[in-house]
Design a protein around this ligand. Structure first.
Ligand SMILES: Cc1cc2nc3c(=O)[nH]c(=O)nc-3n(C[C@H](O)[C@H](O)[C@H](O)COP(=O)(O)OP(=O)(O)OC[C@H]3O[C@@H](n4cnc5c(N)ncnc54)[C@H](O)[C@@H]3O)c2cc1C
Length: 229
């Protein structure tokens, strides 16, 4: 990266170091990135960071799996079949690598006071769900459906036993939500592949009678599109 760009990047991004890199499932790698600049930031469960990948000038977005107030974020990145620069970065990331990222941001976050929390999405969404679920107490009312390619791709989520787990190719996520038929009155968090997110929103709003504003959606990726955000 040209040295002239460095001061500009310092204003826009923070620098971190990869301090842990491990496979949590066969296709998902957990990366811990430490930086003193991450010590004094407030992070809401579900928020994300944008990471500079592909040699530096490409931004890709990843949910924060865990924030360590001592100064670190942990990401869980799926090695998807589209093989983009983000997936390649995560596949090759090694302890000691320097990385630039933007501060935590985003509004796809836990609404802690909801009477019922409904989580619906795929393996990419399950990272944000993991942070949100970890912040919920034992007594919280939780349900939802998570779809992964295989059972081995399931992240270890808090309250995982209260979710229905699907494998791709069987029942679709919208059909699983139809069967679940959650009664209105809570908050639904829906994320993952863009078209599926829209279909699930329609099931909740048109078929199950949910208010639109009670269904919080976030498209994370779409076939053929690059770096959705
Ligand atoms: C708010 C937010 C949070 C996100 N959090 C996470 C996260 O925690 N972990 C994570 O792994 N991803 C997460 N994503 C999704 C991730 O940012 C995208 O998948 C991103 O596009 C990957 O970049 P890439 O360079 O690997 O592929 P790109 O260059 O962006 O895409 C190349 C091609 O790959 C295909 N593709 C992309 N993603 C997938 C996928 N998941 N499955 C199958 N095919 C795919 C598409 O066909 C695409 O055209 C998040 C996205 C958003 C918006």
């Amino acid at each position: 990266m040209p040295a002239l760009l460095s001061p500009v990047l310092d204003l826009l991004t923070l620098q971190g170091t990869v301090t842990e890199a491990e496979a949590v499932t066969p296709r998902i790698r957990r990366l811990r990135i430490e930086s003193p600049a991450l010590a004094d930031v407030a992070v809401r469960p579900g928020q994300q960071v944008r990471v500079m990948v592909g040699g530096g000038l490409t931004l890709r977005t990843y949910s924060i799996w865990r924030h360590d107030p001592a100064g670190a974020v942990e990401l869980c990145v799926l090695d998807h079949p589209g093989d983009g620069p983000g997936a390649r970065w995560a596949r090759g990331a090694a302890v000691g690598d320097r990385v630039r990222l933007r501060k935590p941001e985003g509004t796809f976050v836990l609404r802690p006071d909801a009477a019922h929390h409904v989580f619906v999405g795929d393996e990419t969404a399950s990272v944000a769900f993991g942070a949100m679920l970890a912040a919920l107490p034992e007594g919280a009312r939780i349900s939802g459906c998570v779809e992964t390619e295989t059972a081995a791709d399931r992240l270890p989520l808090a309250h995982a036993g209260r979710l229905e787990w699907l494998t791709r190719g069987g029942s679709s996520l919208p059909d699983a939500v139809r069967r679940l038929a959650p009664a209105p009155g809570g908050i639904a968090y829906v994320a993952g592949e863009a078209r599926t997110v829209q279909q699930i929103r329609q099931v909740l709003v048109r078929e199950a009678g949910w208010e639109r504003r009670a269904v919080v959606t976030k498209p994370f990726w779409a076939p053929g599109r690059r770096g959705l955000e």
